[in-house]
Structure formats: C-alpha cells, structure tokens
Design a protein around this ligand. Structure first.
Ligand SMILES: O=C(O)CCC(=O)C(=O)O
Ligand SMILES: [Fe+2]
Length: 207
C-alpha cells in the first residue's frame, strides 16, 4: 500500500509529533468502521479470546490487576475486514511518519483492549527497560457516546508537571512518542474498549 500524502489528519499527527510530541484527534475514524472494530472486540471477548494483560516482558511477565486490569488480544493481518482496514490506515501513517520525520518505523504491533468497569492501568511508559523498539504509541477508542462523568480518561503526563486527559470517545485517537510520555488509564464506570498500537523500530537501534 502506498502512502497518502494528502490525508490532512495524518499530516496533523505528524506536525504534533514533531512539535509537542503528542496528538489528540477527536474525529479520526468513521463511526461505521469504529463500530465494526468495537463489534470485533466484543465478539472476541464473548469467545473468550481476550487474556488478562501482563506487565513486564519475557520471564518477568506477570498479571497484576491493581496495576493493569485490562484484557487484550492481538490484531493480526487477515483476521477480519475492519481490522485489515485499520491496519491499512496505520500503514499510511507509518509511511507518512517515516517520510516526514525519518523515524525509521518498521512495524506495528496492535491489540484490542477491554477494561471492565473499575479497571485501570497505573502510570507507566510504553517502553521496556531492556527493549527500546516501541517508538510511537497510537490508541484508537471504540466507545460509543462516552460521557465525561464516566471516567476512563487517558492521562498523559506532560513536561513541566502538567497533564492532559483524553476521553475515550469512539473514533478518537491519541498518539504520542512512546519514550517521552508517562501515562495512565483512569478507572471508568462502564466497559472501555480500545485498539492500541505501537510502531516499532528494530530492537536495539540507536535513537
Ligand atoms: O487505552 C489507553 O488509553 C492507553 C493504554 C495504554 O497505556 C497501554 O496499553 O499501554
Ligand atoms: Fe501505555
């Protein structure tokens, strides 16, 4: 798939990542595709295909619900049509980021995440101590008609002690440089669905 240099949403993300390093797009994906992805996530949950998310890596992986209470399943190419449409759009974003910012992003790993009511993900960085390949984080939200009093915000910790909160509204997108922004997911009063991806460089490459 070739990149689409004219997609203004992708160029806005490029500008934001080049500037402050993070981007919030409130209207990123069509309601139709958003709902199809939400249905795929719910179908996988109903089929028992979502697993409690672990923290850490390799043999140090462990499930700690108080730290991270979501359930996840990887999205791979060829699994479902809406998933493939999403991966194609992310491929355009990858190529645009490489062309404009020379990030050298080589691949995307992507999972559905379901947070039951009350689940959270405490403050963390999307990088492992022994692997710095995750370079850009991208989160698409799949929740129809999210209300401000339902919680579940992504809280991004910005330089200078400030924070920015993103409501997990369906079709909206949060994107940030993985190494630079500690963040957390606040508990919500309803189920919270998302599709989270990380653009990776080859492990061990200097930044
Ligand atoms: O769902 C979100 O808003 C962020 C999830 C997250 O931080 C992660 O999976 O690493
Ligand atoms: Fe994260």
């Amino acid at each position: 798939m070739h990149s689409s240099p004219d997609n203004p949403l992708l160029l806005r993300i490029v500008d934001d990542l080049a500037g402050p390093g993070w981007s919030q797009q409130s209207v990123f994906l069509s309601p139709t595709l958003t709902e199809e992805l939400a249905q795929e996530c719910r179908a996988r949950a109903a089929a028992g295909e979502l697993a409690p998310a672990a923290i850490g890596r390799g043999d140090r992986q462990q499930v700690e619900e108080g730290v991270r209470g979501d359930y996840t399943a990887w999205l791979e190419p060829g699994q479902c049509a809406p998933g493939d449409a999403w991966l194609a759009l992310m491929e355009s974003l990858r190529q645009t980021l490489n062309r404009e910012l020379f990030l050298g992003l080589e691949e995307l790993e992507c999972h559905f995440a379901l947070y039951p009511p009350g689940a959270c993900y405490q403050r963390h960085l999307d990088r492992f101590r022994d692997d710095d390949s995750r370079t850009v984080t991208v989160v698409l939200y799949l929740n129809e008609e999210w209300q401000p009093d339902e919680g579940g915000e992504l809280r991004l910790y910005l330089p200078g002690g400030r924070a920015h909160e993103v409501m997990p509204q369906g079709g909206s997108l949060a994107c940030f440089m993985s190494a630079d922004f500690p963040h957390e997911v606040l508990p919500a009063s309803r189920e919270r669905l998302s599709l989270t991806g990380w653009f990776r460089r080859r492990a061990g490459k200097p930044l």
